[in-house]
Structure formats: structure tokens, C-alpha cells
Design a protein around this ligand. Structure first.
Ligand SMILES: NC(=O)c1ccc[n+]([C@@H]2O[C@H](COP(=O)([O-])OP(=O)(O)OC[C@H]3O[C@@H](n4cnc5c(N)ncnc54)[C@H](OP(=O)(O)O)[C@@H]3O)[C@@H](O)[C@H]2O)c1
Length: 301
């Protein structure tokens, strides 16, 4: 397939690209800078110059492709509304470009916030919609494309797609623990975070590309829920600092923006995904990655 990818130079995308190429797909990727273009080129991807706001570039590139994998996202947590609007505009553009072509539109989403306090499954619809919703209400928008001859596929990643080089949520928890000299967990730390290793997530994206049905929710989840106290203790062991309970009233002050997310019970299942796509996660667990030192290079330097 001729695949157009956004975010191909990012954490997840740079693991997806080699899987796509190994499976024989031809890949073009959006690059917003010379550095990103060089990264893509060296990975075997033909770069297309432009940013997520360059809708004409997105439209033309999608029109020339057999499928789109949209992983690019502006992770500016101070402007989530702006990121949501940009996400919506990009998805609408891809929808227009792929209309009537029986083509797959895979787009990043997350399992967090789908069913807090319960075990989220692929059958759970995102409980939010509209431009002001998280991620601009991307799932509801894209699933509305089904009647237009498009196969939307929501790639719901675990809140931590972990591994050496990760700069996401787990890396932020490590940064806070290093700064505070304490690896905190909220309350008794019995709430959970699901997790997936980057390599497992990348293999799943390609399986989903090749096998997705009309409208599909994919759960990139290897571990349904790791107790957050265990995560904090592993971070503490890696940094050589104590793990400690943080009072829920002090979460914002201690953790900053990540605190409210670390306080949630975000369990999610991938039973349906594993069956549908014959996908079995084989990579290290989150605690294995932490024990292997994948997150502590700076401390050791
Ligand atoms: N990592 C996780 O644990 C996780 C969990 C749940 C959901 N997700 C979602 O999965 C997707 C991929 O995540 P990730 O961790 O791979 O993110 P990432 O490492 O931050 O990569 C983001 C990618 O988006 C590109 N990008 C950002 N703003 C752009 C813009 N304005 N124009 C063009 N490209 C732009 C970046 O390009 P540059 O290389 O040029 O910076 C990069 O390739 C995102 O939608 C994310 O929200 C990730």
C-alpha cells in the first residue's frame, strides 16, 4: 500500500515506519522541519514538507495514498483547545481526500478518559464529542466518515507507550521524581495505569492497517493496569530516591499537570484487539523497562 503518515518522526511513528517498510508498504511522511525530513529520509520514508496546519498538503498527500496513518499531534498542554481544533481540521481534510475510496484512515487516540474507574474496552464509545472535547472529539468525528466510503480506525494507545527514549508520561513522572527527590504516588497508589511497549504498539498499527474493518477501535494495551504505587516504587528504585504517598490535595503542587492523570484509575482491556488482529504483546512490561534503566540515562550520566 502507499501510506501517508503524519508524526512519522515521533516516538511511536518512528517505530511504526520500519514495520511498515518491512511489510512492503511504500511510505511518505509529513515533515515540519528539515531535521524531521532528514530523520524520515534516513528511515526510508519520502518526506513531504509541511505542518499539520497545512491542510492543502494533507489533502494532496492523502489523495495520492491508499491509506493514512495520522500520529502527528501538537502536545502543547497549555493549548489543548488549539490542539483539538488542529486535530479536527486535519481529520476533516483526510476525510474529504479519502471519500469514496474504501481507504483506511488510522488516527491516534487514547484509552485514558474513555471509562475512568472501569475497564475500558473497544466497545466503549468515547464519552465526549465536539470541538471542545479532548482531542477535538476526534473519534466521533472520524467514525462519522463511515458512510462516505472510509474505514476510520481509532488507535487508542495506553497512556504510557514505554521504552528507552520515551519522552511521554512515564518520562515526566521520572522528571518530577528527580526534581522532588521523591517518587510520588497519589493516596494509597492502588489506582492503575495500562501500558504498552512501543514495539508492540508499532506492530499492532501495521496489523490494524492491513486488517481493519469499516470502523474499528484498536486498543494498544499490553498490561490492563499497573498499580501506580508499583510504578512510583520502580521509579524510586531507578533514581535512588524514596517512593512516597502524596496527599490528593497536594497533587497539583507536587506533580504539576501529570498529577491529575496519575491520580486516575485508567484500566483498559485489549482482549478484542488481540483476537481481531491476532496480536500478542511480547515486549518488556513497564516495570521491566523501568528496572532495565530505560528512563534513567540522565541520572547515570
Ligand atoms: N506516547 C504515548 O504514550 C501516547 C499515548 C496515548 C496517545 N498518544 C498519541 O499518539 C500519537 C503519537 O504520539 P507520540 O508519543 O509518538 O508523539 P511525539 O513523540 O510527540 O511525536 C509527535 C509527532 O507529531 C509531529 N508534529 C507535532 N506537531 C506537528 C505539527 N504542527 N506539524 C507537523 N507535525 C507535527 C512531530 O514532528 P517533529 O518530529 O517534527 O517534532 C512528531 O513526529 C499522538 O497523537 C499522541 O497524542 C501517545
Amino acid at each position: 500500500m502507499r501510506v501517508f503518515i503524519t508524526g512519522g518522526s515521533g516516538w511511536i511513528g518512528s517505530a511504526v515506519v520500519p514495520e511498515l517498510l518491512a511489510a512492503g508498504h511504500e511510505v511518505r511522511g509529513l515533515a515540519r522541519s528539515d531535521a524531521s525530513a532528514a530523520r524520515l529520509r534516513s528511515a526510508g520514508v519520502e518526506p513531504v514538507s509541511g505542518g499539520l496546519g497545512d491542510l492543502e498538503v494533507l489533502r494532496t498527500s492523502a489523495a495520492e495514498a491508499d491509506a493514512v496513518i495520522h500520529l502527528g499531534y501538537n502536545h502543547d498542554f497549555s493549548d489543548q483547545a488549539g490542539a483539538g481544533r488542529s486535530e479536527r481540521a486535519a481529520l476533516k481534510t483526510f476525510g474529504d481526500a479519502l471519500e469514496g475510496r474504501d481507504a483506511a484512515l488510522l488516527f491516534a487516540s487514547g484509552t485514558a478518559f474513555i471509562a475512568p474507574g472501569q475497564i475500558a474496552t473497544e466497545d466503549d464509545l468515547a464519552p465526549f464529542s465536539g470541538p471542545d472535547a479532548p482531542r477535538g472529539g476526534a473519534e466521533e468525528l472520524a467514525f462519522g466518515f463511515v458512510d462516505r466510503g472510509i474505514h476510520p480506525v481509532a488507535l487508542r494507545f495506553a497512556p504510557t507507550v514505554h521504552g528507552a527514549g520515551d519522552h511521554g508520561f512515564t518520562a515526566e513522572l521520572v522528571r518530577v521524581a528527580r526534581e522532588k527527590g521523591v517518587a510520588g504516588y497519589v493516596g494509597d497508589g492502588s489506582n492503575h495505569w495500562p501500558a504498552v511497549h512501543r514495539g508492540d504498539a508499532a506492530r499492532l498499527v501495521v496489523r490494524a492497517l492491513e486488517n481493519a474493518g469499516a470502523a474499528t477501535v484498536v486498543h494498544a494495551i499490553a498490561e490492563q493496569g499497573v498499580p501506580t504505587r508499583d510504578i512510583a516504587e520502580a521509579i524510586g528504585a531507578g533514581l535512588g530516591v524514596p517512593a512516597a504517598s502524596i496527599d490528593p490535595a497536594d497533587v497539583d503542587a507536587h506533580f504539576g499537570w501529570i498529577g491529575r492523570i496519575f491520580a486516575l484509575d485508567l484500566q483498559a482491556s485489549s482482549a478484542l484487539t488481540q483476537r481481531r488482529f491476532d496480536w500478542e504483546p511480547t515486549g518488556p512490561t513497564l516495570l521491566e523497562d523501568l528496572a532495565a534503566g530505560s528512563y534513567f540515562a540522565r541520572a547515570a550520566a
